[in-house]
Design a protein around this ligand. Structure first.
Ligand code: F6R
Length: 234
């Protein structure tokens, strides 16, 4: 694992963009993308640049079940707002949260990833070490699957909705196995709330209790952290 420590998330986003730009210039065609607050500074660098993305394919990690793409809480909406509206890709895949057959959609998504092997996978990390919606205890060998959201997550997310009943109860999510198949992984984390997860991911044992720890076994991982997220590292 290569670890890059930056002053703050602005510098972290710039560093991550350097890596993506370099990979794209060297032939990367398929990017695995993430949502959440962490990648925002990277996406700002994309949209402020003159990088041409019209030949690239993107594949997002996850989407809530039951949210239409125009729902502001959906990951479709997030990606359009932060990246695709300003920087269109040739083709952008995000799991279909409105599917009537979740199992079939998961299978199709695995096939999409097989047909378009991911050159560079972007990841954030949860405070409990989750990657995508792969929470502690998720098998390392799982492909795209439906995740039932925990009561805690539903409660935490309810602040974005009019009431708790509107919060999605599940999500479709790339599995740890899909993530491990990417040729290169770039994981970003900013802020002291991520410090413990960063330590466990890098220095702890490889265990399904810390999903991100599987990345210790990936041959090409770059971790970009600010000083606050790096503070627990030996
Ligand atoms: C997002 C995703 C999540 C986030 C993680 C960190 O597509 O899959 O795993 O990367 O929850 O979220 P933020 O960046 O909001 O701290």
């Amino acid at each position: 694992m290569k670890i890059i420590v930056t002053e703050n998330k602005i510098q972290g986003g710039a560093k991550a963009f350097e890596i993506f730009e370099n990979e794209i210039k060297n032939g990367a065609k398929v990017l695995g993308l993430a949502t959440g607050s962490t990648p925002e500074t990277l996406y700002q660098n994309f949209t402020n640049s003159d990088l041409n993305c019209s030949n690239l394919i993107s594949i997002n990690l996850d989407e809530y079940v039951g949210l239409t793409p125009d729902n502001p809480q959906s990951y479709h909406y997030f990606m359009r707002k932060h990246l695709f509206d300003k920087k269109p890709f040739k083709k952008s895949y995000v799991p279909d949260g409105m599917t009537k057959d979740v199992a079939a959609t998961c299978k199709e998504y695995d096939q999409i990833i097989k047909d378009n092997p991911i050159d560079v996978q972007l990841l954030g990390i949860g405070r409990n070490g989750h990657i995508a919606f792969n929470e502690p205890g998720t098998p390392f060998d799982i492909g795209t699957h439906e995740v039932k959201l925990t009561e805690n997550t539903i409660k935490a997310n309810s602040r974005f909705f009019d009431n708790e009943d509107e919060v999605p109860k599940s999500a479709i999510c790339m599995g740890n196995a899909n993530i491990m198949q990417a040729k290169k992984v770039v994981l970003m984390a900013f802020g002291e709330k991520k410090a413990q997860a960063i330590k466990e991911m890098i220095e702890g044992p490889v265990t399904e209790q810390v999903p991100a720890s599987i990345l210790q076994k990936h041959p090409d991982v770059t971790i970009i952290v600010d000083k606050a997220a790096a503070q627990e590292l030996d």
